[in-house]
Design a protein around this ligand. Structure first.
Ligand code: GLC
Length: 406
């Protein structure tokens, strides 16, 4: 639960063009966002896949390189009389914010291990790389991707109360009354502030959720062992690996593929969550799509129809569990603010699981009925895709900061 220093809801009337940087788990996006002032926006963006080398060591210079390329390709330079271009920075890892444009990295996750960063201010580290590489950009606001999603959804739907990412990782942010935020130590306790929940870290003590041996295996072998255990049951980076562990355990019991695996399947993280989506969605009579993934992509010896059915069921169960846990987390936040549930409310969501996992949104609504009741879900709950929300949200927050400065 991290106070974010974001206190102003967007009105939808904001206008202007802003630079935004969005460091996710898989890609770095550099965007130029135009807010049209009529609840709509447009953006020009360039996506850079984050290299392994960047994830493990030269991240800050990698970011500076990408921003430099974007500025050059789009002919951007500081406004007359200014030395830098202001920029909103979405940073999709946990940071303890010390201000709207500063925050110390709490830990890495999603496979990142850049040394000498934990405990340090990520804005400083990025800004120094800009200076080293002569990139004329100044970070004026740093925010979590869930905060960006919340702001973007709020720009188009003013009744937005929550922003969620169901993607490579998972997390949520929501509006809370400042008097209810014990960690907020600022003098001013009136009004609202966005709280970055970091719910991926829920139950790190592994006391509450029913973990299977496949979850435990994944957790034990991960670079952040014992951390983000909830995220490991829900998000895109991990679900394929949980499924791979489950499939291999059936292989070892000679219940699948006559006990044979393949070199590819034996390697960690080769069973992409995107394969799970394709497998679950395969409704062909002979499960042809499943066959292609298993035999052509993963190089498993010829499979039987029963093998393919079993694999489809395993993937389906792991996916369903993920959606149920996702719905439980979302519902828990709403239930903690019952007064909000009397009126229609929107939740802005982004991320690959929400966008691409078969029936994710439909199931999210359905499972939420169990917790929140049919009446609320049918009549007042609205889930919206906040597409490119993290980048657009960074521009919205940067704009607010710039206005307050001038
Ligand atoms: C991880 C990060 C969190 C981020 C989420 C979604 O859980 O810790 O900050 O919001 O992934 O990208």
């Amino acid at each position: 639960m991290i106070p974010t220093f974001v206190r102003r809801r967007p009105s939808g009337k904001e206008t202007g063009t802003f630079l935004a940087l969005d460091l996710g788990g898989t890609n770095l996006r550099v965007c130029q966002v135009t807010l049209n002032g009529d609840t709509t926006y447009s953006l020009v963006q360039q996506k850079f896949t984050i290299t392994q080398d960047a994830k493990e060591s030269r991240l800050w210079d990698f970011i500076a390189d990408c921003v430099g390329i974007f500025l050059e390709e789009h002919g951007l330079s500081p406004a007359p009389g200014k030395r830098t271009i202001p920029c909103g920075y979405t940073f999709s890892f946990p940071i303890f914010q010390t201000g709207i444009a500063s925050g110390n990295l709490s830990m890495w996750n999603k496979g990142f291990t850049v040394p000498n960063s934990v405990g340090r201010d990520v804005v400083n580290l990025t800004q120094s790389a800009f200076q080293r590489n002569h990139v004329p950009v100044e970070v004026v606001a740093v925010l979590n991707d869930t905060v960006g999603t919340l702001m973007t959804s709020g720009y188009s739907h003013p009744d937005t109360q929550m922003g969620i990412i169901f993607g490579t990782g998972t997390n949520a942010a929501y509006w809370e009354n400042m008097e209810n935020i014990p960690k907020w130590t600022g003098a001013d306790r009136k009004g609202e502030m966005v709280v970055n929940m970091e719910w991926g870290a829920f139950d790190n003590a592994t006391e509450v959720l029913p973990y299977t041996m496949h979850d435990n295996k994944l957790n034990r072998k991960s670079s952040n062992h014992g951390l983000q255990v909830f995220e490991k049951m829900i998000s895109g980076l991990f679900l394929g690996e949980v499924a791979r562990n489950a499939i291999l355990s059936l292989v070892d019991q000679r219940l699948l593929f006559e006990g044979r695996s393949s070199e590819i399947l034996n390697k960690s993280y080769t069973f992409d969550t995107a394969y799970m989506s394709e497998i679950v969605a395969d409704d062909s009579k002979d499960l042809r799509g499943v066959k292609t993934i298993l035999e052509s992509t993963l190089d498993i010896p010829p499979t039987t129809f029963v093998d393919r059915q079993v694999v489809k069921n395993v993937c389906g169960m792991i996916g369903t569990r993920g959606v149920r846990l996702s719905a439980a987390a979302m519902s828990a936040v709403l239930l903690s603010r019952p007064e909000l549930m009397e009126n229609p409310l929107s939740v802005g969501i982004d991320g690959s699981m929400y966008q691409f996992y078969p029936n994710f949104e439909k199931d999210l609504y359905n499972v939420s009925r169990t917790f929140l009741g049919d009446d609320f879900v049918n009549n007042r709950l609205r889930l919206h895709l906040a597409k490119d929300g993290s980048g657009v949200g960074a521009a919205i927050v940067a704009m607010t900061v710039e206005h307050e400065r001038s």
